[in-house]
Design a protein around this ligand. Structure first.
Ligand code: 6PG
Length: 307
């Protein structure tokens, strides 16, 4: 297996390459929390996320949260927007995306849709108060949702790119610049976030980093990824560089359901090769997996589970 690219000057093992992949040596296993149901998984994940964001705010007055796409965040957002809506000062939290499909923000396939409709109040997408101008229904607690300044919400600029007839490369370049301009901690030449939430693709992909992805050899902070043919949706993608998983504070892999049991089993039993199984980047002691019983059904006995 050829070592993925790693950061110049970074503690990475491979000299000259640009970005270290996978963080601490991959001999250790992550914390694996198993919930009885998908709802319990969402609840535990939401509480872990809010706990880590709160710690970051206490430590440096701001928290940077990378959320994911797919279906996994929906249940987590529901808990955050209701039960945990007053748990921390959300006006100090910045929201970023691990990846997105190259579609407008209000498109059903956009990875921002769920957050706009469940989490965010004070944005032009609130719409709850019927005047599309302010989220007064959410402010008055009549509707679930968080009071997050629109400026704290950092989606990939797919809408702008499409509006200007630009492509995914332009979109990724603009996002990399936005990351550069943000007061983010930089470790080994790459931004380190306080919390990264990830879902697990049936092929073992995370973000939009699919098996055999060129992303492992790239140094840009954000990348355009060609449309995958083997998993849906089959559209062009934009993604963060996967190396961010290796330097960020709290990395949370969340997945549920029988359909994920095979790939969870593969991640924890197959030889480590993050190029072929990108989710193995999250198989280390710095990460936490929260899965339900169904998804955990093929975990090898050696993996310590906490219920
Ligand atoms: C995407 C995601 C992707 C997702 C997995 C899991 O854009 O599709 O970012 O990486 O996290 O495919 O998807 P589910 O949460 O729907 O299982």
């Amino acid at each position: 297996m050829t070592e993925p690219a790693s950061a110049a000057g970074a503690g990475a093992s491979t000299a000259g390459a640009a970005i270290a992949i996978g963080g601490p040596p991959a001999i250790d296993e992550p914390e694996v929390i198993v919930g009885a149901t998908p709802d319990e998984v969402s609840d535990r994940a939401a509480r872990r996320i809010v706990d880590r964001l709160g710690a970051a705010i206490a430590q440096h007055g701001r928290a940077d949260f990378v959320t994911t796409g797919g279906s996994t965040p929906v249940g987590i957002y529901d808990v955050i927007a209701s039960t945990l809506r007053d748990a921390i000062d959300w006006s100090l939290v910045h929201f970023w995306w691990s990846d997105d499909r190259f579609v407008p923000r209000d498109h059903p396939l956009s990875n921002v849709q769920a957050a706009d409709s469940i989490l965010f109040a004070v944005s032009q997408f609130a719409g709850q108060s019927g005047n599309l101008l302010d989220g007064s229904d959410v402010e008055r607690g009549l509707e679930p949702g968080l009071l997050v300044p629109a400026a704290n919400v950092h989606p990939f600029p797919c809408t702008e790119a499409i509006a200007h007839a630009r492509g995914p490369e332009w979109c990724a370049g603009r996002y990399a610049q936005e990351l550069q301009d943000a007061p983010l901690r930089v470790v080994h030449g790459i931004p380190a976030f306080d919390v990264i939430l990830l879902g697990l693709g049936p092929d073992g992909h995370i973000m939009s980093v699919f098996p055999g992805s060129e992303a492992f050899d790239r140094t840009e902070w954000a990348l355009a990824i060609p449309a995958p043919s083997h998993v849906g949706p089959h559209g062009a993608r934009v993604t963060l560089n996967p190396a961010m998983v290796g330097v960020s504070r709290a990395v949370l892999m969340v997945t549920s359901g029988e359909s994920k049991a095979d790939v969870v089993g593969r991640v924890f039993t197959e030889p480590r090769d993050v190029r072929q199984l990108p989710a193995q980047m999250v198989r280390n002691r710095a990460s936490t997996w929260i899965v339900d019983e169904a998804a955990a059904s093929k975990l090898p006995p050696k993996v310590k589970r906490t219920g």
